[in-house]
Structures are given as structure tokens and as C-alpha cells.
Design a protein around this ligand. Structure first.
Ligand SMILES: NC(=O)C1=CN([C@@H]2O[C@H](COP(=O)(O)OP(=O)(O)OC[C@H]3O[C@@H](n4cnc5c(N)ncnc54)[C@H](OP(=O)(O)O)[C@@H]3O)[C@@H](O)[C@H]2O)C=CC1
Ligand SMILES: O=C(O)CCC(=O)C(=O)O
Length: 420
């Protein structure tokens, strides 16, 4: 098992994207400094007596990056080796993502340094609730609204909601990505994948490339990876490779995605895609990233496209399903090689967009139909994509550069309107 993130400092990359965008919009050094720094960072101990009687001590984190456009917003990640650098960068890109799709939030990110697969359901519930109780004073529907991320799901969001409500009165709008039976929104679970598929289709169309029959490789087969695979297969693309942390599956004439998803659900989270009874050859994650495909979608972790493998990447288009999967060095090489990269803050913004819809529904105490959610998601992302496309073409920028120019401009304007 490889750890492609080792040695990669996503914060440094983000600083360079931001510095360049802020220079392009004429922001001064002070504004640059203000927007690079987090608003607040907290870390706390989370002791847990395990069901076998032993004591384990985990750590909870929350980084709140910026809030001039609205309350902090961002996912909760449960992963063994999380650290400040990851959370700072991930919190910051939430600020730019929410600004780019023009929803009224700032950015945050947090989580626990645990492996959820090694905890019992009772341990996971206890740990999640303790985490939320400690976060209690800093979160809330008008302060900071957590949501699912890597290693977390709607059940964990239900526990966070319950823990918060015990001390603050019933408040579903404190967390998004909840189960449907507990104030969740139609369409949130699949929203990130749906948004990715929409954006991919628009980018292909804008570049005069057919999506029908296009070959696709997807790294990661969790919430994001499995839904993008399904939506792209439904649009006629040929998903030839998928993977999880233990490796991947390849089939040149297209994997049977419906069957893969059904088998994965039946087998459970702890079973790898490589162990499922579906047709395909095994392939490593590193091989997947360098396949000769039309579209490559890294949808797992940060930093998997880096200086050492960027020259071997053969894909014609890269769509960032994960947050920060491309190092800034690799991004430069893709630009030089003329390989377009659709940046995370646009490509995977469908999730936070439907989280916004869930928050709005919770505040209204009124549920929208799936059709309404899907239509509004499409409209929101289309607007953002059109702006990015236009700005990139007018100023000869990469999609990422254009996206950061648009987002930083909106945040700078909000700061100026509020005053210092
Ligand atoms: N969920 C959401 O709505 C959103 C998520 N994102 C981002 O998308 C990415 C994926 O999130 P999500 O799908 O929710 O997370 P999940 O935990 O549901 O799935 C993660 C997937 O990535 C795989 N994976 C983990 N580590 C590696 C590795 N080192 N190499 C290859 N594969 C790996 C996992 O494998 P295994 O199951 O074997 O561990 C799993 O298949 C993250 O970057 C997240 O921040 C962005 C926007 C919204
Ligand atoms: O749905 C949300 O609020 C946050 C999603 C998220 O963490 C992300 O877009 O990276």
C-alpha cells in the first residue's frame, strides 16, 4: 500500500495558487496575508474506553478558515494520519469552493485521527458524539456547519446532530449530509458524483470531445468515486478502471459499474474492490493513474498526481474528484503539456452545494423534492462553470487559475463590504 501524500505539503501549493490569484485581482500584501491564514484552529484530546476495556486517545481537529461570506462550512474526515497541514489546506479550499459556486458560506474542515474501520459501531458513536460535544461552542447553524467527508457518512452526521442538539435544543441545520429520515436532503449522498459528472460533460462538450464512449479511470471507490462512476457510465462513458486503497480493477471494454456497486454494498466497507466477484484484471493505483484514457478522475486523496508521475500521465482530461489531488508542481507540468485539469473547487462542488440546500431546507423546516434539488444543483454548477470557462478563455488562464480569480474576488469584495 502506498502513501502518495507523504512529503506533499498541500498548504504550500494553495499558498501559491492564492498568491497568484490575489496578484491578478490587485490585492495587496496585507489582503494576501489575511486570506492565507486560518481564522481559528483547534485541537483536543478524545479519550475513548474501547469495548475490550483498553484506553485509546484520539485527537479532534477543526480548522475554520474564513467567514466573510457566511458561516464556516466543510466536511469531517476520519483518517489515521490527519494533521494540521491537511486540515489547513482543506479548510482554505472550502472558502474558495463556496465562493466560486456562490453559496453563502466560508470554509472549514476537521476530523479525528482514527481509522473508522477498526472501531466498533458503539465506539464510533461514542467518539463522534464526544467530538461534537467538545466542538459545541464553536459550531451551529450560523457559525460552522460540518458535513461528511472521507471516512464519515450519514450515520456519523446523525450522531453529530444528536450530540449538538442535546445541549442546544433540536437543531438539524447544524450538520448536513444527515440521513433522509433525520432532516437530510434528497440527493446529498450522490451530489458530489452527480456534480462531477455534469461538469465533466460540459467540459468535454466545450472542448468538442464526445463523452459517449470516452474511456475513464477513477481512483477511489467511496462516496465520490462510486457515484461519479455510475453517473458517467449512465451517460455512455466507458469506465475502464476503478480502485480503492488496496488496489484497482481494469477492464478495457468497460467495467460493469452497476454490478460493482451492488457487490461492494453487499460485501461491506471493509471488503476491497479487488476482492469482489466482478470481471476485471487487477491493477495498482499507480498504474491506474498512468492509463491511456480520455478522462482521469482522482477521487481519493491529496497529492496523487505529483512531480514523479506527472510525465507518465496519458489522460487527455483530468477532473479532480478529490480535494487537492494534484501537486502545484504537477499542475504546472499539465499546463505546459496542454492537459486541462478541472480543479477540485469546481469539479467536486456538488456536495457542498446540496449541503447548502439541506441547510436551507432545515432552516425552513420544509423538504424539497429530488427534482428541485437536482435542477438547482445543475443551475448552480453551470453558472460557476460558465464563469470559469469564460475567464480562462479571456485571460488565457488554466481552469484552476480562472476559478481562483473568481473566488478570491468574491471573498475580497465581501471583506471590503463588511469592513475590517
Ligand atoms: N463526500 C463528499 O461529498 C466530498 C468528498 N470530497 C473529497 O473526495 C475524496 C473522496 O471522498 P469520499 O469519497 O467522500 O471518501 P470515502 O471515504 O467515501 O472514500 C474514499 C475512497 O478512497 C480510497 N482511498 C483512500 N486512500 C487511498 C489511497 N492512498 N489510494 C487509493 N485510494 C485510496 C478509499 O479506499 P478504502 O475504502 O479501501 O479505504 C475509498 O475507496 C476526498 O478527497 C474528499 O475530501 C470532495 C467533495 C465532497
Ligand atoms: O458538504 C459539505 O458541506 C462539505 C463538503 C466538503 O467537505 C468538500 O467539498 O470538500
Amino acid at each position: 500500500m502506498v502513501n502518495p501524500t507523504s512529503g506533499y505539503n498541500p498548504q504550500q501549493c494553495l499558498e501559491s495558487y492564492l498568491a497568484r490569484a490575489l496578484q491578478r485581482i490587485g490585492a495587496n500584501e496585507e489582503m494576501n496575508h489575511l486570506l492565507q491564514a486560518s481564522y481559528r484552529e483547534i485541537k483536543f484530546e478524545l479519550p475513548l474506553v474501547r469495548e475490550n476495556g483498553s484506553l485509546a486517545v484520539f485527537h479532534g481537529y477543526r480548522v475554520q478558515h474564513h467567514r466573510s461570506r457566511g458561516p464556516f462550512k466543510g466536511g469531517i474526515r476520519y483518517r489515521p494520519h490527519v494533521d494540521w497541514e491537511q486540515f489547513r489546506a482543506l479548510a482554505s479550499i472550502m472558502t474558495w469552493k463556496t465562493a466560486l459556486v456562490d453559496i453563502p458560506f466560508g470554509g472549514a474542515k476537521g476530523g479525528i485521527d482514527c481509522d473508522p474501520n477498526t472501531l466498533t459501531p458503539l465506539e464510533l458513536e461514542t467518539l463522534s458524539k464526544r467530538f461534537m460535544i467538545k466542538l459545541g461552542p464553536l459550531v451551529g447553524p450560523d457559525r460552522d456547519i460540518p458535513a461528511p467527508g472521507m471516512g464519515t457518512d450519514e450515520q456519523i452526521m446523525a450522531w453529530l446532530y444528536d450530540a449538538y442538539s442535546q445541549g442546544h435544543g433540536d437543531e438539524p441545520a447544524v450538520v448536513t449530509g444527515k440521513p433522509l429520515g433525520l432532516g437530510g436532503s434528497y440527493g446529498r449522498t450522490e451530489a458530489t458524483g452527480r456534480g462531477l459528472a455534469l461538469v465533466t460533460a460540459w467540459v468535454m462538450q466545450a472542448r468538442g470531445l464526445p463523452l459517449e464512449g470516452a474511456t475513464v479511470a477513477i481512483q477511489g471507490f467511496g462516496n465520490v468515486g462510486s457515484h461519479i462512476a455510475r453517473f458517467l457510465a449512465e451517460k455512455g462513458a466507458k469506465v475502464v478502471a476503478i480502485s480503492d486503497i488496496r488496489g484497482g480493477l481494469y477492464k478495457g471494454d468497460g467495467l460493469d459499474i452497476k454490478n460493482l456497486i451492488a457487490s461492494k454494498i453487499a460485501a461491506g466497507k471493509s471488503v476491497s474492490v479487488t476482492e469482489l466477484d466482478v470481471k476485471g484484471e487487477s491493477i495498482s493505483n499507480e498504474e491506474l493513474l498512468t492509463l491511456d484514457v480520455d478522462i482521469l478522475i482522482p477521487a481519493a486523496i491529496e497529492g496523487v498526481l505529483h512531480e514523479s508521475n506527472v510525465d507518465q500521465v496519458k489522460a487527455r482530461l483530468i477532473v479532480e474528484g478529490a480535494n487537492l489531488p494534484t501537486t502545484c508542481g504537477a499542475a504546472e507540468v499539465f499546463k505546459d503539456r496542454g492537459i486541462p485539469v478541472v480543479p477540485d473547487i469546481l469539479a467536486n462542488a456538488g456536495g457542498v452545494t446540496v449541503s447548502y440546500f439541506e441547510w436551507a431546507q432545515n432552516l425552513q423546516r420544509y423538504r424539497w423534492e429530488l427534482e428541485t434539488v437536482d435542477q438547482r444543483l445543475e443551475r448552480t454548477l453551470k453558472k460557476a462553470w460558465e464563469k470559469v470557462r469564460k475567464r480562462a478563455a479571456e485571460d488565457n488562464l488554466s481552469y484552476r487559475e480562472a476559478a481562483y480569480v473568481i473566488a478570491t474576488k468574491r471573498v475580497k469584495r465581501a471583506i471590503e463590504l463588511r469592513g475590517f
